[in-house]
Design a binder for this molecule. Structure first.
Ligand SMILES: Nc1nc(O)c(N)c(N[C@@H]2O[C@H](COP(=O)(O)O)[C@@H](O)[C@H]2O)n1
Length: 268
C-alpha cells in the first residue's frame, strides 16, 4: 500500500489553493483550522519528557490528507519529515499544517524548512514561531523560496504552547523550567519538630506528585530531605509510563548505603 493510500480514508472539505507566490497572509478557512487541530492532536502523541518539543504536521493536497507525522523524541524524524516520508511525491503542491515553525538547523536530523522546499510544498501554515536561536527562522527561509507562509491565530498558539510549556520556557529564557513542589499544613508547617510526620498530604496529592515526576526531566532535593525522609523520587502507580526523572541530591553530606535513592530504579 502506498503511503498516500494509507491515509486517504480521512477526506476533508475543500482547502483554498494558492496559484501565485509570494502571497500576503490570508484568513484561515474552517478547513485550515480543522487541519491545524489535527496537527495539534498528532503533536500530543509525542513524548512528554524530551529535550525536544512535541510537534505535529499534516500535508494536504487537492483537499486530501496525503501525509501526517509527529515528532516522537530527540534523534527521531521531525514531524515534517515524518509527514513527507508518508506523502512521498504527493507533497508537491501541497499545504503543510505544522504546530511549530519548520526548523532551519542541521541538528540530530536535517532542516525541515529545506525539506519542505525540496518536496515542492506550496503553502505552509504554522502555529507557533520557533524561539530558539539555532533552529528558528524557517518562515523567512520558506518565503524566500517563494512558498506562501501563514501563521495561525493565537488560539492555536496557546494549544501548541500548552503542549510544550517547559520547552518554550527554556528556549525563551535560556534556563530550565522549574516547578517548586512543597507540602505544608494549614498553619504553614512542613513537619512536626521531631520529624515524625512524614506524610502530611493525602492520596490525591501524592498521585499528583507522581504525575508531575512523570513529566519532569529531573527532581532535585537537598541532603536534608534525602536523609530525613529517605525518598525514592521515582514514578510509581498509574502515572508510570516508563520514565523516571534524574534524581539530583544537592548538599555535602553522604547518603547511607541503604538509602532508597541508591536503589537501582532511576538514575542519580
Ligand atoms: N519544526 C520542528 N518540527 C519538529 O518535529 C521538531 N522536533 C522541531 N524541533 C526543533 O529542532 C530542535 C531539535 O532538533 P534536533 O533534535 O537537533 O534534530 C528543537 O530544539 C526545535 O527547535 N522543529
Amino acid at each position: 500500500m502506498s503511503a498516500r493510500a494509507g491515509f486517504l480514508a480521512f477526506a476533508i472539505a475543500p482547502v483554498h489553493v494558492h496559484d501565485g507566490r509570494p502571497k500576503e497572509p490570508m484568513a484561515l478557512s474552517p478547513q485550515d483550522e480543522q487541519m491545524l487541530d489535527r496537527a495539534l492532536a498528532l503533536a500530543a502523541l509525542g513524548s512528554l519528557v524530551d529535550p525536544n518539543p512535541r510537534v505535529g504536521c499534516v500535508l494536504v493536497r487537492d483537499e486530501v490528507v496525503v501525509g501526517e507525522g509527529f515528532h516522537a523524541g530527540a534523534g527521531t524524524a521531525h514531524a515534517e519529515a515524518a509527514a513527507l516520508a508518508q506523502s512521498g511525491e504527493s507533497a508537491r503542491g501541497a499545504t503543510a499544517f505544522i504546530t511549530l515553525e519548520p526548523c532551519t538547523h542541521v541538528g540530530r536530523t536535517p532542516p525541515c524548512a529545506q525539506a519542505l522546499i525540496d518536496a515542492g510544498v506550496e503553502r505552509v501554515v504554522f502555529v507557533a514561531a520557533d524561539p530558539s536561536e539555532r533552529a528558528g527562522g524557517g518562515a523567512a527561509l520558506l518565503r524566500e523560496a517563494g512558498i506562501a507562509v501563514e501563521k495561525a491565530s493565537p488560539r492555536f498558539e496557546q494549544s501548541s504552547r500548552a503542549l510544550n510549556e517547559a520547552w518554550f520556557f527554556a528556549a525563551e529564557h535560556g534556563r530550565p523550567h522549574v516547578t517548586w513542589k512543597y507540602a505544608t499544613t494549614l498553619d504553614g508547617r512542613i513537619a512536626a519538630a521531631d520529624g515524625s510526620s512524614r506524610w502530611i498530604t493525602g492520596d490525591a496529592s501524592r498521585a499528583d506528585v507522581h504525575a508531575l515526576r512523570a513529566r519532569s526531566g529531573a527532581v532535585v532535593v537537598g541532603t536534608g530531605t534525602a536523609l530525613t525522609d529517605d525518598p525514592a523520587l521515582t514514578v510509581r502507580g498509574s502515572a508510570y509510563t516508563g520514565h523516571d526523572p534524574l534524581r539530583v541530591v544537592v548538599g555535602h553530606r553522604d547518603l547511607p548505603a541503604d538509602s532508597r535513592l541508591l536503589e537501582p530504579e532511576g538514575e542519580i
